[in-house]
Each structure stands twice: as C-alpha cells, then as structure tokens.
Design a protein around this ligand. Sequence first.
Ligand SMILES: Nc1ncnc2c1ncn2[C@@H]1O[C@H](COP(=O)(O)OP(=O)(O)O)[C@@H](O)[C@H]1O
Ligand SMILES: [Mg+2]
Length: 280
Amino acid sequence: MNSICIKDISKSFNQKQVLKNLSLTVSSGEIFGLLGPSGAGKTTLIKILTGQLSYSGSAEIMGKSCDSLDRSIYSEIGMVMDNSGIYERLTCYDNMMLFAKFNNVKKDVVVNALKRVGLTDVKLSAEKLSKGMKQRLILARALLHHPKILFLDEPTSGLDPATANEIHRLLLELKADGTTIFLTTHNMIEAHKLCNHIALLNEGHIVEFGIPDDICRKYNKENMISILCRDGKTVTIINKPENATQIASYFAEEKVEAIHSSEPNLETVFMSLTGRELDI
Ligand SMILES: Nc1ncnc2c1ncn2[C@@H]1O[C@H](COP(=O)(O)OP(=O)(O)O)[C@@H](O)[C@H]1O
Ligand SMILES: [Mg+2]
C-alpha cells in the first residue's frame, strides 16, 4: 500500500517553476529519502504534502488529496521542519505538555517520548538547549501522537555525528514499528544507511530514483576489483569471469590486505548527475 502518491506535481513561485512534473510513490512503512542540493525544492515538496502550499497536479497522503486536507490529518502525521514552533522560555517538559494538551495526549506518553529521544534534563528551558537537544525535543513532540507518517526536513542538518546517529537509531526503530518516514537530506551517507528508496531532486526534476545500492551499482561503469596487497601495492582487475582465477590467486597466496569493488557511492553518483556537490 502507498502512503504517499504524487503525479505530475508542479509548483511555481512568482513565475519561477520550482517543481517540474514530479511523480513518485512512497510505500507504507518505508523510509523514503528526498535528496538534493539547496534550492532543489525539497522543503517545497514537504510543504505541499503536508497541506501548507497549493500546487498543480495530483498529490495524496493516505488516500487524501493534499489540496483539501482537513485538520484531522494532523493527528495522523508528524512534522519536523525548520520553523520548529518551540517556545524558548518554556521548559522541555512544558513545551511537550502544551502540544500534548492540543492533541489529547496523556502525561505519561509525554514522559516516555522524552525518554525515547534521550532528553533527561526536562526542566531545562528550551533556550538553553544545544542544537542537538533541541532537535530531539522537536522530534519527541512530533512523535507524541504516534503519527502514521513522519515528515522530516533535514532532521540531522548541523548536528554532531553522535547525535545524528542517535536520531538515525530512533528513525529505524520507528520504521520497525510501522511508521512511514519521508525525510529530506543532503547527507548521502545518512540516505544510504536509512532509506529504502531515494529520489534525487535537481532543479525541480527527479533525476534518479531507486534503492540506494541499486543506484550505486547502476553507475558502476568501471566495474573494477581493487586489491590492496600486504606489500602495500594496489592491483586493479576488471570484474569479469575470465579474471576469477587471477583474483582467487591473491587470496590463495595470502596477499590480500583489503579488497574493494569500484561502484561509486551516492555522493559521486549525484555529483555526476547534477554537476554539483550536495552539501552546499
Ligand atoms: N515562499 C516562497 N516564495 C518564493 N520563492 C520560494 C518560496 N519558497 C521557496 N522558494 C524558492 O523555491 C526554490 C526551492 O526552495 P526549497 O524548497 O526551500 O529548496 P530546498 O529545501 O531543496 O533547499 C528556491 O529557489 C527558493 O528560493
Ligand atoms: Mg529545505
């Protein structure tokens, strides 16, 4: 079953077309990653899907058209966007309680959500939180009502690797619980690690879509095996059946320190597709 279904979506701001005839589907229970450089249109697409922007074409979440979502949808989806809506002067706990009251969520659910994201110092006011702690608070709040779909706009942008890893662990846990996750990122390693499917958005077009490993293999034009030998030398051999004995001999003679295949990583694929680096 599909949680998100987009057909021929376009969006313009002041005559400038930002999204150009996008089509894609996201299955229920998967982590989907929308990748692309700054200005590609990632946030615009999330805003369309969450009913915050008008568009032309067809977009549905959980079978409901995104141009006529009513308020009840917000009890089924969660969002983590730039404009966090956290009240700086309130404590973590009070920020959560405020949101909990709007959504008829009980106190013990709030306590558990804070625990789940590892926020222990809940009496700290939000203005005193580090960037990573604040992001965890926003995530905890987005999870309070057990949304079926979670939209995350660059959830780990600017976070240190340890905090980013914590968030990755949590997202994988949520996926295991059946939550559908739609995230945007320009971190290729994150996308490869987390996402079942990814789409690369560049200048308003989807220029690639698929399973991360498949995409990397598709662009493995060189198809080489590279062997780092114990004597420090590197040998590169074309990966084809005729060379199997030669490759095996390196193992038989215990010469192999490390072995790699030449498929590019997502970063390299996307740089070659867009002519741009993604972390800008
Ligand atoms: N409200 C708006 N008014 C005018 N232009 C906008 C607005 N929102 C986004 N844009 C433009 O649309 C393009 C895509 O923006 P955005 O979706 O934020 O990209 P991304 O999230 O991939 O960095 C950019 O050129 C941006 O300047
Ligand atoms: Mg953005």
